[in-house]
Design a protein around this ligand. Structure first.
Ligand code: NDP
Length: 339
């Protein structure tokens, strides 16, 4: 049983030295337990937060502990009444080949995910759910409104933009580089997509949002937010989903003038609704409704979902480091074993 543990806490961007691969014998399930074999491992930006011990909404990983993560796994052995060998489940079994579970927090795969089990970590799992609730419950997009979405081709952003299109909005994506921007317009069907690395992001955004911005789905922060804020319309909504541009900088304040008064004044004058949310804490009763609606849209061919597939547990660390630097193109999933 290979497993990857936290070797040390990163300062700034994580490096290979912060991780260690260990080898253990395969654990055996006791009464009421099952043995899970990991097939797919999800890599997600929130893991960077858990590598630090700064206060957060989830407990940090402990040094020496296996890194936690959402997985798709197959039941290998069962001493649990609800699970039989061969069942496919979504679990939180982490960066390892095998894990023991007592069934808590597990659910069995069903519907369209059985054809694409890794989708249970993306479009039909945590990241799709995040896009769906953040956009619809907080963003409340109305037909004809302008929605701007950051990290537009990523796991969450690509779904936000497509759902906003389904709701009849004009959608402007913001992504890193020409290839991702082309994909956003040509494949995802966004009305435009702008490169956040270009010097004239603020001007370009202004040009593409002649009616201002009604909903800004925030996943990035930093320079992107600076470009968005002046264009927000009165009564605009900002679901704050993530701030990935700052995840590696910790609690240190960046240099530069204090722009907080600018932000607060915009909230006041324009009566902006700015709301953070944590998907697995704020919407305990909404997953089934999301799953049903998304499954229907998938069946109707209204959603495109791109995965960034990494082969093998041994490649998980570089893939995770790359995810924080925008090297991924789509939802990052690691194939741990063949099914
Ligand atoms: P993505 O698949 O979108 O991958 C991360 C992307 O972020 C990169 O590909 C890169 O895209 C972009 N990025 C990285 N650094 C920067 C930067 N400095 N400036 C601008 N863009 C950057 O990841 P996810 O879809 O899984 O997550 C997106 C966001 O949603 C994250 O902030 C994450 O923490 C958050 N999230 C929040 C949840 C919640 O419950 N609140 C749940 C799930 C996710 P590009 O190359 O286009 O710049």
């Amino acid at each position: 049983n290979r497993r990857i543990v936290l070797a040390s806490r990163p300062q700034g961007a994580p490096t290979q030295e912060n991780f260690r691969q260990e080898q253990q014998s395969v654990p055996q399930p006791g009464k009421g337990e099952i043995l899970l074999r990991t097939i797919w491992l999800s890599l997600d930006p929130y893991m960077r937060g858990r590598m630090s011990d700064a206060p957060s909404y989830v407990a940090p990983y402990e040094v020496g502990d296996v890194l936690g993560a959402g997985t798709v796994a197959v039941v290998e052995q069962s001493q649990h009444n609800d699970y039989a060998p061969g069942d496919w489940v979504v679990s939180q079994s982490g960066w390892q080949d095998y894990a023991i579970s007592n069934g808590e927090g597990l659910y069995k795969l069903s519907g369209p995910v059985l054809k694409h089990p890794s989708w249970a970590l993306g479009m039909l799992g945590m990241t799709g759910f995040t896009a769906y609730m953040g956009l619809l419950d907080i963003g409340k997009p109305q037909p004809g409104e302008t929605v701007v979405v950051a990290a537009a081709t990523g796991a969450v952003g690509s779904m936000v933009g497509q759902i906003a299109k389904i709701k009849g909005c004009r959608v402007i994506g913001i992504a890193g580089g020409e290839e991702k921007c082309r994909y956003a317009t040509e494949t995802l069907g966004f009305d435009a997509c702008l490169d956040h690395r270009s010097d004239d992001l603020a001007d370009a955004l202004k040009q593409h949002c002649p009616q201002g911005i009604d909903v800004y789905f925030e996943s990035v922060g930093g320079k992107v937010f600076d470009a968005v804020l002046p264009l927000m319309n009165t009564k605009g909504r900002i679901p704050v989903c993530g701030l990935i541009a700052d995840y590696n900088s910790g609690a240190d304040l960046p240099e530069g003038p204090n722009r907080l008064p600018l932000f607060q004044s915009a909230i006041l004058r324009k009566r902006l609704h700015v709301q953070g949310f944590i998907i697995n804490q704020d919407y305990p009763n909404d997953f089934d409704g999301f799953f049903k609606q998304m499954s229907q849209w998938i069946e109707e061919d209204r959603l495109v979902f791109r995965e960034h597939t990494v082969e093998g547990l041994e490649n998980a660390v570089p893939a995770f480091i790359g995810l924080l630097a925008g090297k991924n193109f789509g939802k990052v999933v690691v194939r741990i074993a063949d099914d």
